[in-house]
Design a binder for this molecule. Structure first.
Ligand SMILES: [Zn+2]
Length: 201
């Protein structure tokens, strides 16, 4: 899968492309970039994802994100090796998204007058922080690690401690700027990790 991922401007009239290793967050015309893949993932991956339900001790197979790592393959990971995955992928010990499963909401669909087979909702409250942020944070920090970022700036209204567990894997690199309203949260964060913090109200 090497060479499969790249960055592309989301503006269809522009469409500038950059290597996946680029640290650009915008194209040269100031538009947002998205990760794209040259090839579609093979359908046989469904079998791989199913097999990984037996994690065999790999946190990356337990993870509700990295179990499907070929679909989020901006690191171009194509291996079952835990050691190899560990070099690139950041994880909350495999807990991110692990318990999140979609539920068929047939009664809600009926109430809405929709197809009762077609409405599925996935609660994200089973993440370690009780927030969907865990899923985004492990992927965001993995990407930051990949491009050799020295700092991560994160805007938040509060609970980030669990996400910080994953950030600790990069603690020597990270200076983090957090937007909090609650000073107590800020003090807790300082205990956990050496961060540069800024408080905004
Ligand atoms: Zn553009």
């Amino acid at each position: 899968m090497q060479g499969d991922a790249y960055l592309k401007c989301v503006n269809p009239k522009c469409g500038l492309e950059y290597p996946i290793s680029s640290t650009n967050v915008q194209c040269d015309n100031g538009h947002v970039l998205d990760v794209k893949y040259k090839n579609k993932p093979p359908t046989k991956l469904k079998e791989t994802f199913y097999e990984r339900r037996n994690s065999k001790g790999s946190i990356f197979n337990e993870s509700g994100i990295w179990r499907f790592r070929e679909l989020l393959n901006f690191c171009q990971i194509d291996t079952e090796s835990i050691e190899e995955c560990s070099k690139f992928l950041v994880s909350l010990d495999g807990a991110e998204g692990r318990q999140s499963k979609p539920y068929k909401m047939s009664k809600a669909a009926e109430f809405l007058g929709r197809n009762t087979e077609g409405l599925w909702l996935q609660p994200e409250g089973y993440n370690p922080s009780g927030s969907f942020k865990d899923n985004g944070m492990v992927t965001a920090v993995t990407h930051a690690k990949m491009v050799g970022a020295k700092k991560i700036v994160c805007a938040s209204t509060g609970i980030l401690q669990h996400q910080l567990e994953c950030l600790q894997q990069m603690k020597e690199l990270i200076v983090m700027c957090i937007f909090l309203q609650d000073k107590l949260h800020l003090e807790n964060l300082v205990k956990h990790i050496n961060l540069e913090l800024k408080l905004y109200k």
